[in-house]
Write a protein that binds this ligand. Structure first.
Ligand code: ATP
Ligand code: ZN
Length: 308
């Protein structure tokens, strides 16, 4: 399973963002520097999310964009998305190995063979570091757990579609508790998500979705996920009206993570979990697409809502 080829409209939008100096090239597709203006939009949107979600009393947690390899293994991410994972390797040799390494680099040869895996893996979704932490704390209080995270995430899906980056930020609220608590959270955020994005003057719709599970077995998982309505996305057309882009995802994991870690409710039951994830760069890209690349010319109500 490979990343879909970028369309002409996607490539053109990327070029326009680079020409305008909103994003900067690094030489790798999907890896970009961000300008001050781009960052301001991201930060203001992040703050708007807090305005909507902040009153619920979520515990705010921030992690670096990597997790322990052990936790990554335990998450079973590799079962579903081996193609997206990013592992961190490092040089761990002696002086002789160092000379060999430099010689390979000098000759333009493959020098990665000698790199050894570290204990660190890139975070694939912002909620991943929270499961081991919450498991370690033991059974939940009666009203479960509500968490607020934001992290750069890595996914190996190089593309010329600016909305498909390899390193991007995800802001998430995560709910852990009884099935009723978790379902209520998802319902609440489906409504809030619509309201929040609607206030920014972008066209949107919500649809059932599936994750890009790997391989033949993955096709079945994707069908199951859709049939059971476990994943919804809030879609905004960025470079195509027919194929709008997922800017928010609402994921209901049922007892998947509860069983893996394990996570337990106050009365000892296997916890259910769900998260709502905002793709911060994707939202910024949607705003730039609909309101123009010049923020000062954005509609007044949008600027007011974002406090820009
Ligand atoms: P897609 O189906 O487009 O690959 P996804 O279903 O894998 O996205 P999630 O895993 O639910 O997305 O991630 C949560 C949010 O993170 C998405 O709604 C999206 O806004 C954002 N996101 C996911 N992948 C990327 C990416 N490669 N670049 C930028 N943002 C992304
Ligand atoms: Zn999540």
């Amino acid at each position: 399973m490979s990343t879909p080829q970028a369309t002409d409209a996607q490539k053109q939008y990327l070029q326009a963002l680079l020409d305008k100096g909103l994003l900067f090239e690094t030489g790798v597709d999907g890896l970009y520097g961000r300008s001050e203006v781009f960052e301001r939009v991201v930060q203001k949107f992040d703050a708007l999310v807090s305005k909507y979600g902040g009153k619920d009393g979520a515990e705010v947690l921030r992690f670096p964009p990597a997790i322990a390899r052990k936790s990554f293994e335990q998450s079973e991410y590799l079962k579903s998305f081996p193609q997206l994972a990013g592992t961190i390797h490092s040089f761990m040799g002696n002086e002789k190995d160092h000379q060999a390494l430099l010689a390979h680099v000098e000759k333009g040869e493959d020098w990665m063979g000698g790199q050894k895996p570290t204990d660190v893996v890139m975070t694939p979704a912002a909620c991943y570091p929270t499961y081991p932490l919450m498991a370690k704390r033991g059974p939940f209080p009666k009203d479960g757990r509500l968490l607020d995270v934001q992290s750069y995430c890595f996914r190996h899906e190089p593309s010329l579609d600016p909305a498909r980056m390899q390193l991007f930020r995800m802001r998430e609220y995560i709910r852990m508790g009884s099935p009723e608590q978790v379902m209520a959270f998802r319902e609440q955020w489906l409504e809030r998500g619509k309201q929040l994005m609607g206030s920014l003057g972008v066209p949107l719709n919500i649809d059932v979705a599936n994750d890009p599970f790997f391989g033949r077995a993955g096709k079945m998982l994707a069908v199951n996920q859709r049939d059971q309505g476990l994943k919804f996305e809030l879609l905004i057309p960025i470079t195509s009206v027919e194929k709008p882009t997922a800017c928010l995802s609402f994921n209901y994991h049922q007892d998947h993570f509860g069983l893996l870690w394990p996570l337990r409710t106050h009365d000892g039951k296997v916890a259910h979990t769900a998260c709502v994830g905002f793709g911060l760069e994707r939202v910024a890209l949607a705003l730039f697409k609909h309101h123009g690349l010049d923020v000062s010319a954005w509609p007044a109500p949008v600027k007011k809502e974002l406090e820009l």
